[in-house]
Design a protein around this ligand. Structure first.
Ligand code: 13P
Ligand code: SF4
Length: 309
């Protein structure tokens, strides 16, 4: 069967028929952002998932995000256009190895970045996102040792901001580790009035050139509120669609990756397409499912995060 020619219109009809909400991350392709009901960072998306009155949640993002929505909504159908939309950061923290690591440090509180599997969430005390990691760590008593997983770059950034030591799991994001400091400096020289902004998943070599560091939503808000006219953006360039849409007179330049490639685009996020979104809604698959004991164990640290945010 062929898809309809006007996918936008067909998706709007299915949305009404299903009583569905489409939640999309800023790293989705522009067409998906344009058809979504809500576009946000991981924190905003989980807050939306926790409160939406819709019967079906269509998640245009990656697996851990849709899984988080299911953990918060056991009674709702949660659909993900492509089940292969994983995350290198989540993959860099296998459950068995993490269980051994955690067991070796039984006195540590485990704070995990939301970019991890339900198994890792179930082994965690508190979940955080890039938007609230610093705020959450600041609420933990100083005497309490902390394991921070899985992103070593976000972990290092939180350590700098809070001035506290944490034991870091050595995971990372393929997209945010691909930026080249040398090329960034060359780009700055070519655009001397441009302000560098960066996501905390970037390495220190990139972050040290940034005038502002924040989650995708925070980066967008910063650009909208800033009196500056030109920005070099060190995160997945999907966000530039929203920046350009909301500030058409400003200039947004993607930070350059190491090689001449599109490898600063997230290969997992970009597996979703408008056509796959249509078929997901039309056929009701693929659907996220989760065993109830695992869901309950993973829910507790997410609820702690939402309460502490
Ligand atoms: P935020 O959505 O918290 O900005 O994180 C970016 C990211 O890499 C999501 O996978
Ligand atoms: Fe995972 Fe990085 Fe893609 Fe975000 S950008 S989903 S952290 S691989």
């Amino acid at each position: 069967q062929l898809p309809p020619t006007d996918l936008f219109a067909a998706i709007q009809i299915l949305k009404r028929e299903l009583n569905a909400v489409i939640l999309a991350h800023y790293y989705q392709e522009p067409d998906i952002q344009d058809v979504a009901d809500y576009i946000g960072d991981s924190l905003g998306l989980s807050q939306q998932a926790a409160t939406t009155p819709a019967a079906v949640i269509v998640f245009a993002g990656v697996h851990f995000m849709a899984e988080t929505a299911k953990i918060l909504n056991p009674g709702k159908r949660v659909l993900l256009p492509d089940l292969n939309a994983g995350c290198s950061l989540a993959d860099s923290c296998p459950a068995d190895a993490f269980a051994t690591f955690k067991a070796a440090h039984p006195d540590h509180l485990v704070i995990s970045y939301i970019n991890c599997t339900a198994e890792i969430k179930a082994m965690s005390d508190i979940i955080c996102t890039s938007a609230n990691a610093v705020k959450i760590v600041r609420q933990i008593p100083l005497a309490q040792p902390i394991i921070f997983a899985p992103d070593r770059n976000l972990g290092r950034y939180v350590m700098q901001q809070t001035g506290r030591e944490m034991l870091l799991w050595q995971g990372s994001c393929v997209v945010h580790e691909t930026f080249s400091e040398k090329k960034l400096v060359q780009l700055q020289m070519a655009h001397p009035t441009a302000t560098v902004i960066a996501h905390p998943e970037c390495e220190t070599a990139i972050l040290r050139h940034a005038s502002y560091i924040g989650s995708t939503t925070a980066l967008l808000q910063y650009c909208l509120q800033s009196s500056q006219q030109s920005f070099i953006v060190a995160t997945e360039p999907g966000i530039i669609h929203q920046m350009q849409k909301q500030a058409p007179h400003k200039q947004f330049i993607p930070a350059p990756p190491l090689n001449n490639c599109n490898c600063n685009e997230c290969p997992f996020m970009r597996l979703n397409t408008l056509e796959k979104l249509y078929w997901t809604m039309k056929l009701g698959i693929p659907e996220i499912t989760l065993a109830e004991p695992m869901r309950l164990a993973a829910l507790r640290p997410i609820q702690r995060m939402l309460a502490m945010s």
